[in-house]
Ligand binder design. Structure first.
Ligand code: NAD
Ligand code: MN
Length: 363
């Protein structure tokens, strides 16, 4: 029997509620079979750790994660600590330290979810957004001078490298090729940003030649927001820069019903380092500690984690259990208009997992 080592980093706010829920569901899944087991290690990094130690995670924290098979992450963000400190001190430290350069964000309207677009049928919205996760607008390059003086200046420089763009384009084309429609939209802004984004476009064209069976088009990021709303079925796989995809994927999550449902994987495709899976939402200060957090985004992230480990049957079983639960409105949390708690949804998914396959299909 294989044992997968999983690092759990709940972080802050509702991360502390949804990550333990994800762990519970993974344990329920492991209990149904004899092929694999999990060994979880939890790390108490985040805002509370910062208050004690002055840093979000220890200096050598990455070393503690290095030999893990995957990381399940909650959220970084504390009401009393500036966001750029919590984000850079924990989540980005892991993403960049482990060169998890592909951030993958699937979006679908799950059964039972009342999505906001009135003309959009559930089958019209089935996207995967691939976000460049290692450079671009979030390269951390820039600075401030003349601080506090009237001539104060500040820059955030977007940095794109040929190697960085080539690898994310290749990843996106390959992913598009693996999906039934073999359709990729390259999101750009090369009309206004005439250096790096023009190189982005050139490299997209170059890499497309390696994937003659993939149909692809280019869309400006602003036009892309309108297309997501007006013609969702015209999109399948999208690739965009770090900032563009950050924004588009929150829009995608909202169009699919709630930020609380959407999952993501921060992937090192070369598998030099562990990859990290997390719901896309943040710490949700307004609902933390109340048991109101929707754990579905974390459960779906666990599906991606299992796929990454190659446990495709278990991943499919978990996704089926999640969909059985979302299909039942009495099991919706408040963000979906219901009154179920985090614990209710977690128990319901575990109950679905425990049901034998045949019974589950018939349900
Ligand atoms: P947020 O995602 O925390 O919350 C936005 C809104 O969505 C809130 O009304 C919240 O209640 C709701 N929501 C989010 N997740 C939900 C869930 N699972 N169930 C039910 N409702 C949910 O975004 P924000 O308010 O912009 O940010 C709060 C903090 O989180 C900030 O410190 C921010 O920096 C941080 N943040 C962290 C990450 C991350 O670690 N990956 C991502 C986004 C925001
Ligand atoms: Mn975001």
């Amino acid at each position: 029997m294989k044992t997968y080592k999983i690092a759990c980093i709940p972080g802050d706010g509702i991360g502390k509620e949804v990550v333990p829920a994800g762990q519970t569901v993974l344990e329920a899944l492991a209990a149904t079979q004899n092929e694999f087991a999990f060994e979880f290690t939890s790390f108490d990094w985040g805002g509370d750790y910062f208050r004690q130690h002055g840093v979000m995670m220890p200096e050598n924290g990455l070393d503690a994660l290095r030999n893990q098979d995957a990381i399940l992450f909650g959220s970084a963000g504390d009401p009393h600590i500036p966001d750029h400190i919590t984000l850079w001190g924990l989540r980005l430290k892991i993403c960049q330290g482990f060169d998890q350069y592909a951030n993958v964000r699937p979006t679908r309207i799950l059964p039972g979810i009342d999505a906001p677009l009135k003309r959009c049928k559930p089958q019209d919205l089935d996207w995967v957004i691939v976000r460049e996760n290692s450079e671009g607008e979030y390269a951390g390059v820039g600075g401030r001078a003349h601080q506090g003086h009237p001539i104060e200046v500040a820059t955030d420089l977007s940095v794109m490298t040929r190697a960085g763009v080539e690898r994310i384009m290749r990843y996106a084309f390959k992913l598009a090729q693996s999906r039934p429609r073999k359709l990729l939209t390259v999101v750009t802004k090369s009309n206004a940003q005439r250096h790096a984004m023009v190189m982005w476009d050139e490299i997209a064209l170059q890499i497309s030649k390696e994937f003659p069976d993939v149909t692809w088009d280019k869309e400006l990021v602003d036009a892309c927001t309108a297309r997501m709303v007006n013609r969702p079925a015209s999109l399948d796989t999208l690739v965009a820069t770090n900032l563009h995809a950050d924004i588009l994927s929150d829009l995608a999550a909202a169009l699919a019903g709630s930020l609380g449902i959407a999952p993501t994987g921060n992937i090192d495709p070369e598998r030099r380092y562990p990859s990290m899976f997390e719901p896309i939402h943040g710490s949700a200060f307004d609902i933390m500690g109340k048991g109101l957090a929707n754990p579905v985004g974390t459960f779906w992230s666990c599906v991606m984690l299992l796929e990454h480990l190659g446990e495709n049957a278990a991943a499919a079983a978990l996704m089926a259990a999640i969909e059985q639960v979302t299909a039942n409105p009495t099991l919706h949390t408040r963000d979906l208009g219901g009154s179920a708690t985090t614990a209710d949804v977690t128990q319901a998914v575990c109950a679905q997992i425990a049901q034998p396959q045949a019974q589950r299909k018939a349900a």
